[in-house]
Design a protein around this ligand. Structure first.
Ligand code: C5P
Length: 236
């Protein structure tokens, strides 16, 4: 396979493949927080996030969610459909944490009475500012119809993942999704892993996600391994 580096992000590198409709995503061990202000390595993270994401994509597909994941040629690589990425970060929240807790002065762990869906404009230079549907339509980042599809899929994904994770004694606090266009459809893209989700143990409320890195809580790799183990029963 002839592959050319297309884009190197903070946690993943994207390559072309022989098929113009497909890309290869390589999951790195690099970790950043605060939009690159803090940098580090989480040994084995690439393998864990690749496998955890593949697990969630497969699970969501069984419930009718269309996504970009095709297959996993190696432990750190994923073949995906080449999406025309919509420049939005779509955040779903069930419990106050992180920036929501800060912005609204809420105690972390406060349960929301209904899920919250927020949009952020994907732009590192601007630190991904929060935007609403009016900004998105005025800037032509997505159409009304695309936003309707994104909201429907986002809320459904939240409900499927929350219910599933509950059976593994994990609370889904919040998470971030990205979507893109593919042959006239809007598909789920990016990854679903402890890098972009907050997972808390339902009994102890222990954090099993990237907040362990962001907040220097230690045992970062162990938390990622624990998520893969609870999902698949496998160690790595
Ligand atoms: O920081 P904040 O509380 O807004 O994050 C909400 C959720 O979105 C968290 O699960 C976080 O991991 C994820 N997120 C992300 N990428 C960003 C911002 C947030 O994956 N750039």
């Amino acid at each position: 396979m002839s592959k050319k580096k297309l884009y190197e992000g903070k946690a993943k590198t994207v390559y072309t493949t022989d098929n113009p409709d497909e890309l290869l995503v390589y999951y790195k061990d690099d970790a950043t927080a605060g939009n690159g202000a803090k940098k580090g390595t989480i040994v084995g993270k690439g393998v864990l996030n690749n496998k955890i994401s593949a697990f969630f994509f497969d699970m969501l597909a069984k419930q009718g969610i269309e996504h970009h994941y095709i297959n996993m040629p190696s432990d750190r690589e994923m073949i995906v459909k080449k999406l025309d990425i919509i420049p939005l970060e779509v955040v779903l929240r069930n419990v106050a944490a992180g920036s929501l807790a800060k912005r609204l002065g809420l105690k972390e762990g406060t349960k929301m009475s209904t899920p919250i869906l927020e949009y952020y404009y994907k732009c590192d230079e601007l630190n991904d500012p929060m935007v609403n549907k009016f900004h998105i339509k005025a800037m032509n980042w997505a159409t009304e119809d695309e936003l309707a599809q994104i909201e429907k899929a986002g809320l459904k994904i939240n409900s499927i993942m929350t219910d599933y994770l509950k059976t593994k004694n994990i609370d889904l606090i919040d998470f971030k999704l990205e979507f893109g266009r593919y042959h006239g459809k809007v598909l789920l893209g990016d990854e679903i892993s402890p890098d972009n989700c907050r997972f808390w143990d339902s009994t102890t409320h222990e954090k099993l996600d990237k907040d362990r890195f962001r907040r220097d809580l230690g045992h970062v790799e162990d938390a990622y391994k624990e998520i893969l183990h609870r999902l698949t029963g496998k160690q790595v």
